[in-house]
Design a protein around this ligand. Structure first.
Ligand code: CIR
Length: 257
């Protein structure tokens, strides 16, 4: 599927006050802005038109725009983030999406769901059950998806250490091919897919994104880059160290549609 647009939000001055479990130190504000700008240029190089939102100091994690919404060609789904400090991010995202969408669905209480737990593989969606996305949120989403003609299945990641969201450990590269971290490699849910396993020392690299024929990958993971290139993928490595410090990665920084 080709994408035309992306929504991004610049990190704010208080980005370092967001949630994190990574033990990598505090992010550097200026470096984060530089890396974000390079990320935006890469999206543009992939042919996307950007809608860039300014920093929202009320929500230090709001640069991770993937979490408050899930976008389909025909409708937008507003999530209900499981992290209390992020719940309000949906308000401005709903407003922004009104410029592009007329049909909306909304995850409602007691459901919680964050976009990072949703992995689209053609007409099927994998929904991660995590500390942020509960079964009720997943059930609501799967109903909305069914109404729009998609199938879905749930993958429980609550007992997998180091995986915040499903897409921390999995990515879909089209052509029935999934990137998987070792802990998810043998999961029965993925048995019908061709899989590319990430070396456990490079787990962070699993969060990559296919955009219009290019695969954006995190810089600094040489095995993973060589693996993809040997398979013929056109990779575009980007430095995202400051976002890694806050448990975020390439997919989290944009909504592509
Ligand atoms: C959080 O904990 O919510 C943020 N610091 C990181 C969110 C990353 N988002 C994503 O993987 N989709």
């Amino acid at each position: 599927m080709n994408f035309k647009n992306a929504i991004v939000r610049q990190p704010g001055k208080n980005f370092s006050q967001g949630l994190t479990t990574a033990n990598l130190g505090s992010p550097d504000e200026l470096l984060a802005l530089e890396q974000h700008a390079a990320y935006c240029r890469a999206l543009q190089d992939c042919g996307l038109k950007l809608a860039t939102l300014g920093p929202d100091l009320n929500y230090p994690d709001s640069t991770f725009v993937e979490d408050p919404a899930i976008l389909l060609p025909t409708a937008a789904i507003i999530t209900r983030p499981g992290a209390a400090s992020r719940a309000g991010e949906v308000v401005s995202m709903r407003r922004e999406l009104g410029r592009f969408y007329s049909k909306f669905y909304e995850i409602t209480s007691p459901g919680t769901l964050e976009g990072g737990d949703i992995c689209k593989a053609d007409n099927h969606f994998f929904i991660g059950i995590s500390n942020r996305t509960n079964e009720e949120g997943a059930r609501q989403l799967s109903e909305f998806l069914a109404q729009e003609g998609y199938t879905s299945s749930m993958v429980d990641i609550r007992n997998i250490p180091g995986i915040l969201h499903l897409k921390t450990g999995i990515a879909y590269l089209g052509n029935h091919t999934l990137i998987l971290v070792e802990r998810l490699r043998d999961h029965p849910m993925f048995k019908d897919y061709r899989t590319i396993s990430v070396d456990p020392q490079e787990n962070y690299a699993a969060n990559c994104i296919l955009i219009n024929g290019r695969v954006l990958i995190a810089k600094g993971f040489p095995k993973f880059q060589s693996q993809l290139e040997a398979l013929g993928y056109n990779t575009l490595p980007l430095e995202v160290s400051e976002f890694e410090k806050m448990d975020g990665g390439l997919s989290c920084l944009s909504l592509r549609f």
